[in-house]
Design a protein around this ligand. Structure first.
Ligand SMILES: CC(=O)SCCNC(=O)CCNC(=O)[C@H](O)C(C)(C)COP(=O)(O)OP(=O)(O)OC[C@H]1O[C@@H](n2cnc3c(N)ncnc32)[C@H](O)[C@@H]1OP(=O)(O)O
Ligand SMILES: O=C([O-])CC(=O)C(=O)O
Length: 473
């Protein structure tokens, strides 16, 4: 599809979202809960999907190339993901809105200037911008659901501190399945039409409980003392910061609000989103589905890259010293490539420009920590790496992704245990995966089961007259 058609569709969906927002604003006085609003939206969406399948169900949405079968399915349209869409040149739009737009539109904490992730979740689920009161109600709801079962606490307390925080995180999220409303409802014979209700409850519980899990892992692994109680009068990010021991640093709390918002969702094809959707499609409950997301996020080519970036920068500093010249940095980057390693934080499966999440974090750094030496190194690397990756000639995208910038911000405020960084990414990613899991259950998404072929059957097919040569735009 041409980019002008895509832009026109994006404009249409933005204006219908605005119309919906306006309609919604008039009913906001009634102070609907997220679940009540969702219950109103679902029937029409079911009809939309039915209609599009009836009218267009047998139309092709694009060719499948042999290169895509061997090449990680890049560019293969194969999934429906409603929360966000990724444009290679522009970056992510959450329900049609860019990062600067959501920074402007979503409700803030009193005195704060970054969007509250509660608002982003409402937007991902409904396509609508919530009111301040709705966001505050969501903060309270999540605080009320935040406690984790004692046996999960014990499970985490028994993990050796040498077990990677992501493995502990995945273990604990899997164990939350013990109290899954969805799994119980399924066992009790809930009708297909009602799946979304218990899935919604699990997704809300999942998001609400993640800070207590993440905080406990952090304190156990890095010997930071007892986990404090959740404060029901505060927002999600403040509580997350408090569980980590950083709530007195207001700028850190603001950073978390921005961090959780921008890391939440990145359309459906990335490994964590795709894994969660896939496992959820077998009607595994949202805890089991999201544990799969976390296991994917823990890979160094995906979420773990934010840990790898900091390790790489620290290694560079120990090798060439602080305040190194551009020449020394260039040499270090080339040595990384010559050793057959990737430059972490650079390149992307879809993006072909600097990630707007990188830019948002850079703006935050310019505002709050312009003189931080590590920030200066990150900026210096940004001026050097793309040219080298272009010269090396392999990477399709030489520009930085989100992971190139997150660690330096966390480090600035004293959260310098880089093995923990992907846990924070995981807390954020739950927002996007949960929103889609709810809609998948509401729309009766079928179990995922794409067709696989062997090398021999592929060869037979491409040599037969049925296969055609296609040119991908
Ligand atoms: C939240 C996120 O997940 S964002 C991504 C985080 N990951 C990283 O930052 C790790 C570094 N980056 C990479 O490894 C890659 O760019 C990925 C995994 C993100 C994308 O992978 P692909 O879509 O396969 O990238 P692409 O098509 O550009 O790869 C072509 C070649 O360039 C190489 N390449 C891509 N990016 C880089 C890089 N940053 N450094 C060195 N080589 C790279 C690939 O390894 C591949 O080499 P190969 O032909 O020898 O296998
Ligand atoms: O989109 C991707 O492939 C990876 C990514 O940036 C994310 O999941 O946030």
């Amino acid at each position: 599809m041409s980019s002008s058609i895509l832009r026109s569709i994006a404009r249409q969906s933005r204006s219908s979202a605005l119309a919906r927002s306006a309609r919604f604003a008039s009913t906001a006085a009634k102070q609907q809960t997220l679940k009540e609003r969702l219950a109103e939206l679902i029937p029409a969406e079911i009809e939309n999907v039915k209609a599009v399948r009836a009218e267009h169900g047998k139309k092709s949405f694009g060719p499948v190339l042999v290169d895509q079968l061997y090449g990680g399915m890049r560019g293969l349209p194969a999934l429906i993901w409603d929360g966000s869409v990724l444009d290679p040149d522009e970056g992510i739009r959450f329900r049609g809105k860019t990062i600067p737009e959501i920074q402007d539109l979503l409700p803030k904490a009193p005195g704060g200037s970054e969007p509250l992730p509660e608002g982003l979740f409402w937007l991902l689920v409904t396509g609508e911008v919530p009111t301040q009161a709705q966001v505050e109600a969501l903060s309270k709801d999540w605080a009320a659901r935040a406690a984790i079962p004692e046996f999960v606490e014990e499970l985490l307390d028994r993990c050796p501190p040498t077990l990677h925080p992501m493995s502990q995180f995945s273990l604990a999220v899997t164990a939350l399945n013990h109290d899954s409303t969805f799994a119980k409802a399924y066992q009790q014979g809930v009708s297909k039409k009602e799946y979304w209700g218990p899935a919604f409850e699990d997704c809300m519980d999942l998001i609400a409980k993640l800070p207590n899990i993440a905080g406990r892992i952090y304190r156990n692994v890095y010997g930071q003392g007892k986990v404090p109680a959740i404060d029901p009068t505060k927002d999600y990010s403040w509580n997350m910061a408090n569980l980590l021991g950083f709530a007195e640093k207001n700028d850190f709390v603001e950073l978390l609000r921005l961090y959780i918002t921008i890391h939440s969702d990145h359309e459906g094809g990335n490994v964590s989103a795709h894994a969660g959707k896939l496992v959820g499609s077998a009607l595994s409950d949202p805890f089991l589905a999201f544990a799969a997301s976390l296991n994917g996020l823990a890979g160094p080519l995906h979420g773990l890259a934010n840990q790898e970036v900091l390790l790489w920068l620290r290694k560079m500093q120990s090798k060439i010293g602080e305040n190194a010249t551009d020449e020394a940095v260039k040499e270090y980057v080339w040595s990384t490539l010559k050793n057959g390693q990737v430059v972490p934080g650079y390149g992307h499966a879809v993006l072909r420009k600097t990630d707007p999440r990188y830019s948002a974090q850079r703006e935050f750094a310019l505002k709050h920590l312009p003189n931080d030496p590590l920030f200066k190194l990150v900026a210096q690397v940004f001026n050097i790496v793309p040219g080298i990756l272009l010269e090396a000639g392999k990477a399709k995208n030489p520009w930085p992704n989100v992971d190139a910038h997150s660690g330096v911000l966390l480090t600035h405020y004293g959260l310098d245990q880089m093995n923990f960084y992907t846990v924070l990414f995981g807390v954020s990613r739950a927002f996007g995966v949960a929103a889609q899991l709810i809609w998948d259950r509401a729309l009766g998404a079928r179990m995922s089961s794409p067709w696989s072929r062997s090398y021999l059957t592929l060869i037979y097919h491409v040599r037969s007259s049925r296969a055609t040569q296609v040119v991908l735009y």
